[in-house]
Design a protein around this ligand. Sequence first.
Ligand code: MTE
Length: 313
Amino acid sequence: MLIRIRRGWELPESAATPESVVLGRRAALGGALGAGAAVAGLAGPAWAQVAAPAMRNPRFQPGREVTPERDATSYNNYYEFGTSKTVTPAANRLKVAPWTIKFDGLVAQPRELGLEDLLKQVNLEERVLRHRCVEAWAMTVPWTGFPMSELVRLAQPRPEAKFVVFETAAQRDTMPGLRQAWYPWPYSDGCSVAEARNEMAFIATGMYGKPLPPQNGAPIRALFPWKYGFKAPKSIVRVTFQAEQPVGYWEKLQASEYGFWANVNPEVAHPRWSQASERLLGSNERVPTRIYNGYGEFVAPLYANMQNERIWY
Ligand code: MTE
């Protein structure tokens, strides 16, 4: 049986936000879904009704202006749809329904869950988070989703499981990038089970109060706000628990430049460029980069005994 426990900050939305704002957001959401449905000639996928919006969790204060939505959704890395930053037209072909996620490896019982089913078993919240690409650009986004620890709970890993791998969609008919056979498709990356259980690790299903657009990883992606963005797989189809440390897409391509832990550190340069500062999408302002992307208070203890390992890139 599923028991939902409200956290302290989870007031009913009507108690926290003026009703006109709530209704405005719902209308906007309805409009967005409606527009999509008109193009497809179908009702939107059922999970899209529940993927966003949600109450904002005030525990994570961004300390920066939210990036304008048009900037965060039009400057992307999604190599399956091409290597440029302008992948939106190509990514719109991504087939997002039906969507299932397989849980396997060292779990109590391997299984496959439909996205709609999965979303019924978690509590959605909104978090405004900083997102820092290894290429030294950054954005601040209101994401809708749920703590990754909830996904771990649903998967029921066995005690021998030490790492999690997120494998992402490989749709031959919609993703032209897959024809570039020298890339190690499907895109995947992972983390330790301890990291996945950390409160900062997040699974996003929406942004700006709407379901995730394809170019940002529809319908479901991972976020590790204290790591470089390449650790945040988009369009997840499989979650595997294992004993060995996995090798992700970028590490397979260029291990000397992209490591497993990839925590943000302004003092550890990428072999080809500095990480001391970052460019904010939208304003183009350059600001100093912060260690763990400013989330050290939440995540630094994860690495307390690992200072001799390559935890920075
Ligand atoms: N996930 C998949 N499946 N394919 C990708 O090419 N690029 C990664 C990550 N997740 C990528 C991916 C990189 S390099 C970054 S910086 C972020 O997604 C970018 O996320 P955004 O476009 O939402 O900002």
